[in-house]
Design a protein around this ligand. Structure first.
Ligand code: SOE
Length: 382
């Protein structure tokens, strides 16, 4: 086989998402035959001890403590942003202007206005770009996409999605700082709308097309929390729970819900689509199964099938073990890295691009606007 082409990765951020991305770049060539080989060239974070320890753990060749220095380095091809939401726009626009490829953790930024700047920057620079909406690459979800695109469900009537967690129920949990920036509205942009519903919306737009308008409600159950950075009790600006009704362009009706107050649920992302001929259901806690009901089956044996997505003819699965053996959460990131590297070799942009992720931000913007106006709000088109 011809020698692989190195792709020098510069990662920003060494938290939870920094780990998922590093794992993906590090493993992808062990399981996929690709022209490009990611090289973990540098990792950047503000704390020198933390970033050094991270580099040693994940095998990065060097470290930086200022992202501007990383972006200016000539030996970096791709800037991969896994730092908090308030940093995405500035780093991505600078990286694109420096001619680097850019990938960023979701959501693209803190809302449509910031995200538009990022889309402009990558378009102007003509650099490959992608947002890590990883759940599209869970093989069962990719299979759902194939079934919908093949027309097996027929006309779609309903799209239903939920993302339920329970980790912020305690009023003693502070906001802000390294581990808890998701509770600080200035850093996160919003609460569960941008963090969890964004996943549900990205998948929905992919599977079921554009959303025209939404009617939403949000709630902040704990109104004040100690702030780790100011040391004071500060008002909470994020939404703790968010739910909305949606009208899709294809005429189907959508219901969406996300919360961090569903006691007992840790990361329960579920989706269901009901069509004229068939329905599908998927559940992140049982991620290797797709439930499928086909009304075309003979009546006596008609029922919900629970398809175990482990066969080599299932999406991505030929790259893993033998039929019957499962993969998990981290593999969705490895699949996304594989698709990105394949796109580089063929010259194709890989979904979701910044522009496609902007469409999700426009929906979350409309959701937050509707929760305030208490009216249906139209969704801007990307
Ligand atoms: C929040 O707890 C979180 O980590 C999100 O930020 C991720 O995007 C989601 O996949 C899991 O939950």
């Amino acid at each position: 086989m011809a020698a692989k082409r190195p792709l020098n990765v510069g990662l920003v951020g060494c938290g939870f998402m920094g780990r998922t991305h590093s794992n993906a770049w590090g493993k992808v060539n062990q399981f996929f035959e690709l022209e490009f080989q990611p090289v973990l060239k540098a990792v950047c974070a503000r704390n020198p001890e933390e970033v050094q320890a991270f580099a040693e753990q994940w095998g990065y060749e060097s470290t930086e403590t200022d992202w501007r220095v990383l972006v200016a380095r000539e030996d970096i091809d791709l800037i991969d942003i896994a730092s908090p939401n308030d940093t995405h726009a500035e780093i991505a626009t600078a990286a694109a202007a420096a001619g680097k490829m850019v990938t960023t953790e979701k959501p693209l930024a803190r809302g449509g206005a910031e995200s538009e700047q990022m889309v402009k920057a990558v378009d102007a620079a003509g650099v490959p770009n992608m947002v890590w909406y990883n759940y599209r690459r869970v093989p069962a979800v990719t299979l759902a996409k194939q079934l919908v695109d093949e027309g097996r469900l027929g006309k779609i009537f309903h799209y239903r999605a939920k993302f339920l967690q329970d980790w912020t129920i305690s009023k003693d949990l502070p906001q802000g700082g390294t581990a808890l920036w998701r509770l600080d509205v200035n850093v996160a942009g919003s609460g569960v709308t941008g963090d969890l519903l964004a996943h549900c919306i990205d998948t929905a737009l992919w599977l079921n097309g554009d959303i025209d308008r939404v009617s939403a409600m949000t709630e902040t159950f704990v109104k004040e929390r100690h702030h780790n950075l100011t040391g004071k009790t500060e008002p909470v600006g994020i939404d703790d729970a968010s739910a909305f009704l949606a009208r899709f362009e294809n005429g189907s009706l959508g219901t969406f819900e996300a919360t961090r107050y569903a006691r007992g649920h840790k990361a329960l992302y579920t989706l269901e689509i009901n069509g004229e001929h068939a329905s599908i259901m998927w559940d992140l806690h049982d991620l290797h199964r797709l439930s499928y009901f086909d009304h075309g089956d003979e009546g006596r044996v008609r029922g919900w099938r629970s398809i175990h997505i482990t066969d080599s003819d299932h999406p991505y699965m030929a790259h893993w073990w033998v039929p019957g053996l499962q993969i998990g959460y981290e593999h969705s990131f490895i699949h996304q890295a594989a698709d990105f590297l394949t796109g580089l070799a063929t010259g194709e942009l890989v979904s979701p691009t910044f522009r496609e992720a902007l469409a999700t931000d426009y929906v979350t913007d409309a959701v937050l606007k509707s929760a305030t106006s208490e009216k249906w709000e139209m969704v801007k088109r990307a």
